[in-house]
Design a binder for this molecule. Structure first.
Ligand code: FAD
Length: 454
């Protein structure tokens, strides 16, 4: 490769310029780079409004940082990437590896098509501190349990953030860009600002004010106790290595807990890399025999769950937070997922699909494998007999009821923690759609028949 021949930097889940390993490699090979993004219907179609809006806003921010030099095309990546590379006589296309099931298939097809035109395919880095597949047991097999994975991940370590910025490169002006489409209207939905600058600002604020309280606050949906970095990580507005570097040397409880959460993200990506079929199928194949409810009453129950009208205040608050903000607090994600699987006996993938459509941070690995974790069919799963009681979860993690009142207007007249155990139902608020104690028994019986404990 000569320094004179231009190259393409094809952006995907790495919509930033700082700490960008593929940009560093590309700039080391070519003086002139074309920045490209391809709007791919296969990814846009299932995304839903919040995620699409966040993506398009991230692209606008990236384009601005590049001085308006981002080429945006729409269509089949095989055709569009090859065409964009050929139009400028590129010697190579550089990417950050995308290791999800679709990303791998797509990249193989693009690399093959480029090879036919003698254009090199160069993948550097990944959206993770440690590339999925790299942390294995000594015998080379993948980890199935989080805690030993985390120890091995810590031992493996990761490089320091790559020193990159827009100014190190001569960006080739695009000849005919399709432009970035208008973001879909969010209909009053509250959304954080997208893009690299916003990501770094939110992260810095958290380092200044949040990290000291993270360990005790992260389970409190009524407080702003978590980083809110998930959508930025999803689109690569920030690389996790940047965050880990900022946490390095901090042995406080908060920093340790946060490193652990970032490691969960890496663990799930690693699992999906080894077992791509777990995006749709049970990781633990014994659960293929699990009896789910799927008929017309089940579909009605599902609709009530989606709308946040179950009659269980913490569940309804969570489901309505999802619709209002495209985001839900982690503790409540676990509670509503448990409710769908263990109180309503519905298939986990119904809930996972609803989450993927509405979450601004919807990520195949984190979503599907967290759902499976709650359902018991995943790696390192919660024991089958651990069934969240939605009422006591509410009392424990939303002790004053503030979270519930924020998202369920019908309950705003009920003061304090009484909101979790309603003596009377305020007008318009539904009665509980099931009796938790009874459904718990049904779940125990069904789970027991799978795991041999009944
Ligand atoms: P923080 O507590 O500040 O955590 C920091 C970062 O660590 C997060 O941004 C995220 O990248 C990572 N993280 C934290 N918890 C987890 C976890 N359990 N698994 C994987 N990564 C984690 N997270 C997603 O990013 N996308 C999803 O689609 C998604 N779906 C989920 C579905 C269910 C049923 C459950 C129980 C959890 C899901 N999570 C998902 C994980 C978690 O709820 C969110 O990452 C978290 O709530 C995001 O808020 P935060 O950035 O403020 O989190």
């Amino acid at each position: 490769m000569t320094m004179e021949a231009p190259a393409v930097l094809w952006f995907r889940r790495d919509l930033r310029l700082a700490d960008h390993a593929a940009l560093l490699t590309a700039a080391g090979h070519s003086k002139h780079l074309l920045a490209l993004y391809v709007l791919d219907e296969r990814l846009l179609q299932p995304a839903g409004t919040p995620r699409t809006a966040f993506l398009l806003d991230s692209l606008r921010a990236l384009d601005a940082a590049l001085g308006g030099r981002l080429l945006v095309r729409r269509g089949d990546p095989v055709r569009e990437v090859v065409a964009a590379a050929r139009e400028i006589g590129a010697s190579a296309v550089h990417v950050t590896a995308d290791l999800g099931p679709y990303g791998r298939r797509r990249d193989e097809a693009v690399a093959k098509a480029l090879a036919e035109h003698r254009i090199e395919w160069v993948a550097t880095g990944s959206p993770y501190a440690v590339t999925p597949g790299r942390v294995t047991k000594p015998d080379g097999s993948p980890y199935r349990v989080f805690t030993p994975f985390r120890r091995a991940w810590d031992r493996h370590g990761w490089p320091r953030p790559a020193d990159t910025s827009a100014s190190t490169v001569d960006w080739v002006p695009p000849r005919k860009s399709g432009g970035i489409p208008e973001s879909p209207a969010l209909g009053g939905m509250r959304q954080p600002a997208a893009g690299e600058a916003a990501a770094l600002e939110v992260w810095q604020e958290f380092l200044d004010d949040g990290i000291a309280h993270y360990a005790e606050e992260r389970d409190r949906p009524d407080h702003e106790g978590t980083t809110r970095m998930s959508a930025y990580l999803r689109w690569g507005n920030i690389h996790p290595r940047t965050m880990l570097a900022d946490l390095a040397g901090d042995s406080s409880e908060g920093a340790q807990a946060l490193r652990g959460e970032l490691c969960w993200r890496e663990f799930h990506a690693d699992v999906l890399w080894h077992r791509p079929e777990t995006a749709r199928e049970n990781y633990d194949r014994r659960f293929d025999r699990m009896r789910h409810d799927t008929g017309a009453p089940a579909r009605e129950a599902f609709e009530l769950w989606c709308a946040g009208r179950t009659g269980f205040p913490i569940v309804d608050a969570g489901m309505r937070q999802l619709l209002a903000e495209g985001w839900m607090h982690n503790r409540v994600r676990m509670v509503v997922a448990s409710f769908l699987v263990k109180d309503l006996h519905l298939p986990w993938w119904w809930g996972a699909r609803h989450f993927m459509r509405h979450l601004v941070d919807g990520d195949l690995a984190s979503n599907q494998l967290n759902w499976q974790w709650v359902a018991g069919s995943g790696t390192d799963a919660a024991p089958y007999f651990r069934i969240f009681n939605p009422t006591t979860q509410g009392q424990k993690f939303d002790p004053q009821g503030d979270y519930v009142r924020r998202y369920v207007p019908e309950l705003r007249g009920v003061a304090g923690k009484a909101v979790h155990v309603l003596k009377e139902r305020p007008e318009g608020y539904p009665v509980p759609m099931v009796e938790h104690a009874e459904e718990r028994q049904v779940a125990l019986q069904r789970y027991g028949s799978i795991t041999g404990n009944s």
